[in-house]
Design a protein around this ligand. Structure first.
Ligand SMILES: [Zn+2]
Length: 78
């Protein structure tokens, strides 16, 4: 089946994402981690946007995302 990304409804879904981030306080709580209301099916692009910020936006000095949503190291040009 072709499940589209629940966010952009355009790309095919790539990853099941937790809407609310899992953290140290809820990782052992099945009511949270296995709660389907907290799942969304995202394409890679939307997942990266949600998790790392907008692609091509510099997330920290020297690192950025390319058009494939991959983290790349690009040293600042001096
Ligand atoms: Zn998407």
């Amino acid at each position: 089946m072709d499940d589209l990304c629940e966010h952009c409804q355009f790309n095919l879904g790539y990853i099941v994402d937790h809407i609310k981030e899992i953290n140290i306080n809820n990782i052992n709580d099945p009511m949270f981690t296995l709660n389907h209301d907290n799942f969304q099916y995202l394409c890679l692009e939307c997942h990266n946007k949600k998790t790392f910020g907008t692609p091509k936006e510099k997330i920290r000095e020297g690192f950025s995302f390319n058009e494939l949503g991959e983290l790349v190291y690009s040293p600042p040009i001096k």
